[in-house]
Design a binder for this molecule. Sequence first.
Ligand SMILES: Cc1cc2nc3c(=O)[nH]c(=O)nc-3n(C[C@H](O)[C@H](O)[C@H](O)COP(=O)(O)OP(=O)(O)OC[C@H]3O[C@@H](n4cnc5c(N)ncnc54)[C@H](O)[C@@H]3O)c2cc1C
Length: 449
Amino acid sequence: MVGSYDLVVIGTGVAASPIARECRAAGWRVAVVDSRPFGGTCALRGCTPKKVLAHAAAVIDSVARLRGKGIAGEGAHIDWAELIAFKRSFTDPVPERNERSFDEQGIDSFHGAARFVGPRSVRVGDDVLEARRIVVASGAEPVTLPIDGTQHLSTSDDFLELDALPDRIIFVGGGYIAFEFAHLAARAGAQATILHRGDQPLERFDPDLVGLLVERTRAIGVDLRVKHEVKRVEKTPRGVIVHADGTEGEQRFEADFAVHSAGRAPQLDRLDLAAGEVVRDGRGPKLNDYLQSMSNDAVYFAGDVTGRGAPLTPVASLDADVVTANLLQGNHVKPDYTGTPSVVFTSPPIAGVGYLEAQARAAGLRFRVNHRPTPDYFSARHVGETCSGHKVLIETETDRILGAHLVGPEAGEVINLFAIAIRTGLPARDLKRAILAFPTVSNDIQSMV
Ligand SMILES: Cc1cc2nc3c(=O)[nH]c(=O)nc-3n(C[C@H](O)[C@H](O)[C@H](O)COP(=O)(O)OP(=O)(O)OC[C@H]3O[C@@H](n4cnc5c(N)ncnc54)[C@H](O)[C@@H]3O)c2cc1C
């Protein structure tokens, strides 16, 4: 069949869906295509299911922290099968709900991998969809690792679908996926190992605060190895052996399950961009400031696939707004990612927004640094937390917050206040003057600025 549309959107995630819906609401003929169940990574294989599991780990952690401080007994533990069933109560309804609402809105749905067959046409199975505009919101995928045996590594998708938790799990790469899952696995009773190539894991977070989290990660039993470069993965009857070059030469790590957690990159390879006259620029597509292809003005990109803003859900949503506005009213909006917060949902979480200290120095900015470990703060002590601290960078001349970095209780919530301050240019003195509820963790920000 050949279909003719005003807009074809590739993907049904956070970036794709609002664009399709808004353009349809404006009267456009719209089709959406996805090669996987409708709903995208965040709702099905990312943020939402991950947070359900991370919360269970946080509950176990909070019981452990308060033992001897009024909580007694060994009672609570994670029932993995029950937890996964609970997680599925969030994810399972998503695809059908999405497809039904597309249908109700008059958006045509196509299942299968889309690839360009011309500058304004894509093929999905036997169907060719011609369109005035095409939006690529195909997300990201694990980077290809240049090592033998990568096919024996599982992905975060596989981890989130495990019906039983393996006894021994290795994470290849020390990014946020490794930390979140290792914290969870350890609290659920597994032996987790993280093998990280560089000397600091969680490279996009403040090194001093990462140091505190590394201590905590090891204290809960995670075997975290830095300067360990994975060279080869071998399959065994029971699981895998991961070979890594470490501080003591080549070492073998045996496990039942090994997860690729060494980063994700724009998912472009299956799209045959050349057939669509869409030019690439390194890992991502070559785009102008309006998220439009530089070589084919019919094509826009949004979300993780752009390789531009941080690969996070709020950024994909922002891209969706930008692309929608540019499609409907002509190019006039550029994405502004200033003040995008990022959180690792470990227990406790670590979070950051704005400049890292090293970036601010490299940019020649003049600022003061309020840095302090805070296990003595009430907010940490009353929940038995010893891993707690902050680093806030405040520009000398303007009093603007340049960057804020937190580890400890509720860091994932408190960082949003700094995100608002950075995005709106709210000076530190205004944060200090605000009246904030007490006793809350947010109230601590007045001691941080
Ligand atoms: C384990 C994990 C945890 C995460 N946790 C967080 C978090 O806590 N907070 C946060 O902000 N972000 C988190 N993220 C990142 C977040 O999920 C992404 O930034 C966000 O989902 C990106 O949305 P998107 O619409 O750009 O892409 P996606 O949601 O990935 O959607 C892309 C869609 O395109 C489809 N597709 C790809 N290629 C084709 C093709 N050729 N044809 C047809 N369809 C195709 C895919 O099947 C997919 O459904 C997490 C990611 C992962 C993997």
